[in-house]
Design a protein. Sequence first.
Lengths: 199, 321
Amino acid sequence: MLEGSILSRPVYDVLEIRPGRLHLMVADAEGAEAILDLAASAPSDFFARAHVIYVPKRAGDKFIAKLEQLAPAQLYVGPTYEAALPRLRRVLAGAHMGLQVYLAGTEGLMGQAMFEATEAGIPHSAIQTEHRGSAVRRVQCVHCKGITEDVTHDPFQCAHCGLHLFVRDHYSRRIAAFQGVRVDAEDPGNIPESVERFR
Amino acid sequence: MSAGAAKIPVRVAEVTPVNELVTRFRFVRRDGGLMPTFSGGAHTVVEMNDKDRVRRNPYSIMSDPADREGYSISIRRDDNGRGGSLFMHRQVRPGMEMVISNPVNLFALDLRARKHLLLAGGIGITPFLAQIKQLSPMNGNFELHYSVRTASLGSYADELVANYRSRVHLYRDDRGEQIDLPALLDGQPLGTHVYVCGPKGMIAWVRKTATALGWPREAVHHEEFLAPASGKPFEVMLARSNKVIKVGEHQSLLEAIEAAGVEAPYLCRGGACGQCETDVIEYEGTFLHKDHWLTPTQCASGAKVMPCVSRFEGKTLVLDR
């Protein structure tokens, strides 16, 4: 489980069944396992009122058959989060109170889906999250505002402006990203060795 | 630091009977100045010098938050209560000088909500009157469901219907009308917040129904001021002040502490805000916890007590006060 550090750094829990009219689940890669674990304690009619949006990424076909076996009312398997986004927005736009949202998988996916859910009016603290799989980070460069996905190293080079960025735990729910700050701002050229911090 | 919120010396500007049980009071500042701003749902604590005792009761401010000339409150007479409402109804006259507290809001609107669903029972309408006046000019999306005993006891029902028409739904007990809560909550748009103010049973019913339908706790707001319950008299040692005080049958522990000249913090005096939380140093006996503040674990620990509403039965009680 990912450790908390400063208040802004999101912490994640373990998904649990909650009463609801519709259960919306968004997961990527190993996040599917969190849904499968949740299913173990679900009442028999639970998935008849569930909509599952899944982006397999590096997990490939590994969990798809098992998700199908849960027989959710709707199961969408898509190539990327961006491809799934119109569907997520459509579900939220038509949803009513009593919608439960379950997010599982990487921080980048959970953060972006949480932003959509809070924009639709759900308090962020009412959205369940469970971190599974990769701990790579989605980072915004505070200088050029460009976002680099799947950051593994710290410091790393911004994919947009090329500055060497120190990855902070400072997190923005609005942009669903951690903050990257130029590491050699005080002493240009003095760039510490890049180490792999996020896998 | 003085106990409670800052105080405002006021003059009673108007006393207006609303119906057979409810009277409205309007306060203006004695120095002619403007009142502090407040937000809908706020209350003020009114100090009443009733013979040899000081009563302090919280009442929701019902007037327009944009109106800083004065505050209005409406009080339902409770003939079997501890006497605060009877004092207001019988003793308070226009022109009288009184002291009220700065407003404190423990029942604010969450302005991130897409829609505000307001559920009132009886005199529980008062915070919503201010909230509706706050929401209305900003085109806020609200819907009021107001349960009254009879038409004549439905305080402000007529003016609400006249001003806001389709947003106001009235239910009369004497006609057997009741809010169809499951149907009302089901199908509300995402981002709706529900607010309830009324009798204890109504609040519990709304919270339970909403939870069962999957409403997040963050979207369910309630306000209930508890009146301190009467009970057996008991003795308390105040360790820091080095005083032994007696809490009378119809007196709250907080009132007894104040009567002994010891300053104790408070805001709501109704078990809701947590301000008066007091550490217990030693006790032998049983706490009668009545507040909404302490968790069941804290109550069981015997380490804390909320003197505004809770009592004690037993041999010794020593408080860090």
